[in-house]
Every structure is written in C-alpha cells, then in structure tokens.
Design a binder for this molecule. Structure first.
Ligand code: NAD
Ligand code: UGA
Length: 475
C-alpha cells in the first residue's frame, strides 16, 4: 500500500514535531496535522516562527522548510480524516481525575473520541496508528469502534476497512528533533504484516531497517509504558541515594559516575535532581500501577508506585531544607527560582518539580522571582494558581494560593537583586556562566544558593562568599 496522505490528530508536543520530521523526510507524502484547539493551530501557522506552540531546537527550521508545502496545520478534522490513507492518533492521555481508576488509570476519552471520528469520516482502507501512549490492549478498543463501522450493513459507508497499529513515540522534549531523526529504535506493533511494513516503509526513508522493531500490538503498547517506568525508576533510585550522600559525606556525582561506569548499568539517567517532571513519567507509571491492580498483582503495583512516591518526597524534601536553612521562615524573604520548565530546552512545565517547590515556598510566605528563558508568565501563573497543569477546562474550579507572591524576571542578573536565596531547578545552559562575585554584591546577606541540578561550580560559589547547598553533596 502506498501512503500519499497522512492525517495526525493532535498538534501537541508529539504530533507537531513528529509530523514535521515525517514531512521533511518524505517529500512525496502530504501531512495534515489537525487539532480541536484553534489557538494552538493558529500558533503552528504563525508567520513568526518564535510563536510556534512548541519550543524544540531545530523545529522552526523544519517548519520553515515544509509548512504550507507538504505539511499543513488546521482544524478541518473531518475533511482531513476523510482524505487520509494513514491516521496517527496523537492526542493527550492524562491520568483520570474522577470515576473508576481516578488518580491512576489513563483517561481515554480523547482517544475514544478520535476513534469515533475516524470511524465516521474515514473512507476506503485506512491504517490507524496509535502514537499516543496507551494502556495495554487499547488497540482492542479502537478496533472495536472501527469494526462496528466496517461491518455494519446499515452504514452507508460500509466500504471502509481499517488496520490498527501501535507506534509509540520515544522522543524526549528538548531533544525531540534529534531523537526523531536518529531514534534508538522505532517500534511498530500490529497483527497485519502488510500494515506494519507500510508504516515501516515510511520510517525507512531515514531510519535503518534494523532499528525498526516489529512486535505484536500488546508488546508494543506495554514496551512504551515500561520504557518510561524504567527511566523514571533510575531517577528515583539515584535521588534516594542523593539523600544518603547528604547524610554521610559521599557525593552523588561521584557515586553516579562510579556506578554508571559499569557497562551493565550505563551512565545515562543517573543525574540526581529535584525529581522527574514532564507530562508522562508519572502518568505512565500510575497506569502500570492501575493495570497491575486490575490484573490482581498488588506487589507489582506497589513496587512501581514507590517510584512516584519517592519522586514526590524528593521535591518536598528540597522545599523543606530551603525553609530550614533560611531560619525556619520565608516571610519577607526573596527567593530567586532559576528555571521553571521541567527540563532544559523546552517551554513545557507539565509536572515540573518547580511547580510543587514554588507552591511550598509560597505557602511559607516567600516572595519568588522566577526566571526561565522559555516559559511565559501566563503559564507560570496558570501552574501556580491552579492545581491542574494544562487542562484549561478545569481551571475555573481551582483555589488560589493565599500566601506569598511571585513575579517573572527576564534579566538573569537583575533577578538576584536583594534576594536571600536562589534555587536552581532547571539546567538551562545560561545558568552555567553566572558571575558569582556580582551575585554576591547583589544579594542580601546571609545569602544562600540551592543547586538542585549540579549546575554550579561549588568552589566559585563558595569563594564568592555565598552559602551553597548542592543536591547529594555531603560536605
Ligand atoms: P499535548 O497535550 O501536547 O497534545 C495533544 C493535543 O491533542 C492537544 O493539542 C489537544 O487539543 C489535541 N486533541 C485532543 N483531543 C482531540 C480530538 N478529539 N481531536 C483533535 N485534537 C484533539 O500532548 P503530547 O505531549 O503531544 O502527548 C500526546 C501523547 O503522546 C500522549 O499520550 C503522551 O503520553 C505521548 N507522548 C508524549 C511525549 C512528550 O514528550 N510530550 C513523548 C512521547 C509520548
Ligand atoms: C521522557 C522519555 O525520556 C522519552 O523517551 C519519552 O518518550 C517521554 O518521556 C514521554 O513518553 O513523554 P521527557 O519527559 O521529555 O522524555 O524528558 P526526559 O529527558 O526523560 O526527562 C524527564 C525528567 O527526568 C525531567 O524532569 C528531567 O530533568 C529528569 N531527569 C532526567 C533527571 O532528573 N535525571 C536524569 O538523569 C534524567
């Protein structure tokens, strides 16, 4: 089967960059990215490439090359579905907020809505690809919805046929374009060989065939959840050891290097920090917890749940020690927050450890000066005022934090003025070259630097006369 037209439902952090790379690498394929969020689509179509809704190094160059040629962003969902040979479902799959499984299970209402729209508007033979991260056996649900339409003799368009594939995405934010261009692997799960090979052929335009793994549907769905769970587990493991380092005089950076040098362990994902953030690690682990409970495996559930618990503990542990070092009270104290994004090189703040840490500090009465090169004030306001992160529907019902206050400061050097402390929460590269003598002059004494990202040079900070706390530093 020759794919000429692709439609991707969902123009988010995955849909946008993934489709941009497919369009760039496959000039003969026309790619339509559709979304119900008009504002997001407007931003994807903005002539000013600085206004794209997703910040990713390398993305705007691709958009410039392909947009309005073989890559289009629109809200014409029905029309684009009806013309596509292949449809990617790349919508959000957050944790359910209410009802059965609330707090753990994935909310599949957006995926189901997509499947129903595809069932209604697709024509001829269509390959439906799960790009979203989904609980194991979701492909079964999608198939059921599509099959209803395929077989029902009462439907006027019963000439429709479908294949369903699972093709989870492994990109990490901040390095998405690079990850998409040179992936460690591409995973395609399915039960129809022709459909699998049709999708593989698209990737073969730039990915070596030996990196394209073919599995059954359920292995593919589960492998995605498990990859994230394993990565997050390493972070919780190293963060748990950071607390031991602080009590014993060991140094977490030295410990990480020593254990990471074992080729069986490997050196990646052993950086201790303020806890993992991002939209997926927590939700995907909780999904495994839910599935384990559902299948009567409570020991498996509690093993994975502890990874999330340790992560929450690490975030609050940092807030608590800041309060302790600042004499037990933050009233009338100015604290600079360096970095609000959940990691460097992204404007995404979903589940960012900065949110919980800032909320803790605000509740203690602190005045926060927040600096982040890519996150806008509107987003910070949204995150700090309301419990939920990106769910605009729910913001009405959330309570305002009464204590403390915050402002955004765009000038890094000015943010230190009269501050009692500065807390590094995101590893932005501009934070590596701070002039500590200048900072010392600007801050109120005694001044504290809290480095939760191992980004400072401790000698330079201490020699300038500042007090320093570093994650996992027992000295
Ligand atoms: P996102 O929230 O940034 O984007 C999802 C988009 O889907 C939104 O713009 C939303 O308006 C749109 N949408 C929802 N329902 C729709 C419908 N019925 N029709 C049209 N549009 C609809 O989410 P994301 O970060 O791109 O994640 C998408 C999926 O990919 C999730 O399952 C996530 O777990 C997975 N994933 C994310 C990442 C990542 O780095 N963000 C990486 C790998 C996998
Ligand atoms: C992660 C995975 O790395 C991707 O493979 C996956 O596709 C994606 O989740 C997803 O499914 O959403 P992402 O969350 O974008 O990607 O970013 P990571 O680089 O994995 O970082 C996640 C969090 O862990 C960040 O807060 C980061 O600061 C933290 N982290 C990472 C550490 O604290 N230490 C480390 O050593 C590595």
């Amino acid at each position: 089967m020759q794919i000429k037209k692709i439609c991707c439902i969902g123009a988010g952090y995955v849909g946008g960059p993934t489709m941009a790379v497919i369009a760039d690498k496959c000039p003969s394929i026309h790619v339509d990215v559709v979304d119900i969020n008009k504002k997001r689509i407007q931003k994807w179509n903005s002539p000013n490439l600085e206004e794209l809704p997703v910040y990713e190094p390398g993305l705007k160059e691709i958009i410039k090359r392909c947009r309005n040629k073989n890559l289009k962003f629109s809200t014409s969902i029905k029309e684009k579905i009806s013309k596509a040979d292949m449809i990617f479902i790349s919508v959000n799959t957050p944790t359910k907020k209410k009802g059965f499984g609330a707090g753990k299970a994935s909310d599949l209402k957006w995926v189901e809505a997509c499947a129903r729209q595809v069932a209604l508007y697709a024509s001829g033979h269509t390959i439906v690809v799960e790009k979203s991260t989904l609980p194991v056996r979701t492909a079964g649900v999608i198939k059921e919805i599509l099959n209803e339409c395929e077989v029902s003799p009462r439907k006027s368009h019963s000439n429709k046929t479908f294949d369903v594939l699972s093709n989870p995405e492994f990109l990490a934010e901040g390095s998405a374009i690079n990850d998409l261009i040179t992936p460690d692997r591409v995973l395609i799960g399915g039960d129809t060989q022709i459909a699998i090979e049709t999708l593989a052929k698209i990737y073969q335009n730039w990915v070596p065939n030996e990196k394209i793994l073919r599995t059954n549907l359920w292995s593919s769905e589960l492998a995605k959840l498990t990859s994230n769970a394993f990565l997050a587990q390493r972070i919780s493991s190293i963060n748990s050891i950071s607390a031991i380092c602080e009590q014993t005089g060991a140094d977490i950076r030295e410990v990480s290097k020593a254990i990471g040098s074992d080729s069986r362990i490997g050196s990646k994902f052993l950086n201790s920090g303020p806890g993992f953030g991002g939209s997926c690690f927590k939700k995907d682990i909780l999904n495994i917890v839910y599935l384990s409970e559902y299948f009567g495996l409570p020991e498996v559930a509690s093993f994975w749940e502890s990874v999330v618990q340790l992560n929450n503990w690490q975030q609050h542990r940092i807030s608590k020690l800041i309060v302790r070092k600042l004499f037990g009270t933050l009233s009338n104290k100015k604290i600079v927050i360096l970095g609000f994004a959940f990691k460097a090189n992204t404007n995404d703040t979903r589940e960012s450890p900065a949110i919980n840490i800032c909320k803790d500090l605000l509740e203690e009465g602190a005045s926060l000066v927040i600096h982040d090169p890519k996150v806008c004030s509107e987003q910070i306001n949204f995150d700090l005022k309301f419990e939920s992160t990106n769910n605009f529907e729910e913001q009405q019902n959330k309570t305002l934090i009464e204590e403390g206050n915050w402002i955004k400061e765009n000038d890094l050097s000015d943010s230190f003025k009269d501050a009692d402390a500065a807390v590094f929460l995101t590893e932005w590269s501009e934070y590596k070259n701070i002039n500590w003598d200048d900072v010392y002059e600007k801050m109120r004494k005694p001044s504290w630097i809290f480095d939760a990202r191992s980004i400072t040079n401790p000698m330079e900070v201490r020699n300038a006369g500042l007090n320093l706390w570093r994650i996992g530093d027992g000295l």
